[in-house]
Design a binder for this molecule. Structure first.
Ligand SMILES: *[C@@H]1O[C@H](CO)[C@@H](O)[C@H](O)[C@H]1NC(C)=O
Ligand SMILES: *[C@@H]1O[C@H](CO)[C@@H](O)[C@H](O)[C@H]1NC(C)=O
Ligand SMILES: *[C@@H]1O[C@H](CO)[C@@H](O)[C@H](O)[C@H]1NC(C)=O
Ligand SMILES: *[C@@H]1O[C@H](CO)[C@@H](O)[C@H](O)[C@H]1NC(C)=O
Ligand SMILES: *[C@@H]1O[C@H](CO)[C@@H](O)[C@H](O)[C@H]1NC(C)=O
Ligand SMILES: [Zn+2]
Length: 383
């Protein structure tokens, strides 16, 4: 992550210290193995709506680490339809839930079972209906608008998109989950979108199903084992430019003006330099980068595995408008976020107290890799 200001860093550190209190930690008696997630944001191409709902469902495969009657996970703001909860044993038999409870301070939700869930056994928890509004504060699953000049009508139009920012504790705003960095699992994400929109997530698209009525369900490949805070997805009417496994997604005007070209070229070289330096190949088959309108994105950039999200002014570069400093900044952003693909994403601090480790490695590689890739920018020369 690259925060927008030092103040935000201080605020985050204070906030992180608050959540590091033992009270707000999950009991660590259940380990999620795999999440099957579906989201359907109610996007509309043009008209700006104040509240835009989204609907979701999740199926979690859980392994029990200590016998327990309680399944406790994180949830914030989100509404869960209690009647849509089902717990099944490995044979597919439904087990009796006797109560559910929510704790807004601890940001936790508990499903209480009639009988104990047994250590080492696996169970399935289904929550077939949860919903929320796309957030307005750039955390969790949020909405953003941008202006686009419509060439047919000659008018400027407002366009809507939905994207995510989860670090440090935003995943629990978007969906029910075990939202701690050390609790890694695999994710299979599906996004339901209308015609005219497309979707992206950490992994490559596996299939698209036509649901009729103008809706499509995109399902992405299973992710590697990963933390919830680097999960990401977006639904937009963006276009993209690609080269090999690299894509940059942005508003169509930026694509048309070749504003993605510098970042695309830099990305390819940066990932290669990091693979060579670490001797560890990038584990996801593709690398997408997504440009959110700046005023809707809280940070400069976020290193989601295989889907790095930026405030657009830090990713898109215009030959006619931008300075050498702008080009240097984009290079440093890409090398920082790509450094995290190894330091943070592949190897992850067990708790937020140790976040300085992944951030300092990313800060180191930010300069080291930028110097390898764009030697002419002399980023290592003291000014
Ligand atoms: C989007 O706009 C169309 C046309 O105005 C309207 O019929 C539809 O209900 C809108 N959808 C949402 C989710 O607001
Ligand atoms: C299970 O959860 C309920 C509701 O949060 C709580 O009252 C109870 O103490 C929990 N039981 C255990 C053993 O943690
Ligand atoms: C659970 O699995 C662990 C490791 O596989 C094993 O050592 C332990 O005996 C098992 N416990 C029970 C109660 O089956
Ligand atoms: C979404 O916004 C509407 C309109 O203000 C509100 O009634 C509803 O409770 C919100 N939903 C959630 C889950 O917060
Ligand atoms: C964008 O790049 C293409 C291919 O290099 C070129 O043909 C086109 O004129 C460029 N467009 C702009 C607006 O610079
Ligand atoms: Zn960072």
């Amino acid at each position: 992550m690259i925060p927008r200001s030092i103040l935000l860093v201080l605020v985050s550190v204070v906030a992180l210290n608050m959540v590091s209190s033992e009270v707000y930690r999950l009991p660590n008696n259940i380990k999620p193995i795999r999440y099957y997630l579906t989201f359907e944001p109610q996007l509309n191409l043009t008209k700006p709506y104040k509240y835009i709902p989204y609907y979701g469902s999740v199926t979690m495969e859980l392994k029990i680490l200590e016998n327990t009657r309680n399944i406790t996970f994180n949830k914030k703001r989100l509404e869960i339809d209690e009647s849509s909860i089902k717990v099944l044993n490995k044979a597919g038999k439904e087990l009796k839930v006797i109560a559910t409870s929510s704790n807004a301070v601890e940001e936790m939700y508990t499903v209480q079972m009639k009988r104990e869930l047994i250590k080492n056994k696996t169970y399935t928890l289904e929550i077939n209906n949860f919903h929320n509004n796309l957030s307005h504060d750039g955390l969790g699953f949020f909405r953003a608008y941008y202006r686009l000049h419509n060439e047919e009508t000659g008018e400027a139009e407002s366009r809507l998109l939905a994207a995510t920012h989860f670090q440090p504790a935003g995943a629990r705003i978007a969906f029910p989950c075990f939202d701690e960095p050390a609790i890694k699992a695999k994710f299979i994400v599906s996004l339901i979108r209308k015609k005219g929109f497309n979707s992206v997530s950490n992994e490559a698209l596996e299939s698209t199903k036509d649901l009729g009525d103008g809706r499509f369900k995109d399902t992405f490949k299973e992710t590697p084992l990963m933390s919830t805070y680097i999960l990401a997805f977006a639904v937009s009417d963006y276009e993209f430019k690609s080269l090999g496994k690299f894509r940059i997604l942005a508003k169509s005007s930026a694509i048309k003006n070749n504003e993605t070209d510098f970042a695309l070229d830099t990305s390819i070289k940066t990932l290669k330099a990091l693979e060579e330096y670490t001797g560890v190949n990038f584990v996801i088959d593709k690398m997408d980068q997504f440009a959110v309108p700046d005023s809707y994105f809280r940070y400069y950039a976020m290193e989601n595995w295989g889907l790095v999200i930026y405030g657009e002014s830090h990713l898109l570069r215009s030959k006619t408008h931008d300075s050498a400093d702008d080009y240097q900044r984009t290079t440093l952003m890409i090398s920082h976020e790509f450094g995290h693909q190894w330091f943070g994403n592949l190897v992850t601090p067990a708790w937020w107290d140790y976040m300085w480790m992944s951030e300092s490695f990313a800060a180191y590689f930010q300069y080291h890799t930028a110097d390898v890739v764009r030697f002419e920018f002399t980023v290592l020369t003291l000014k």
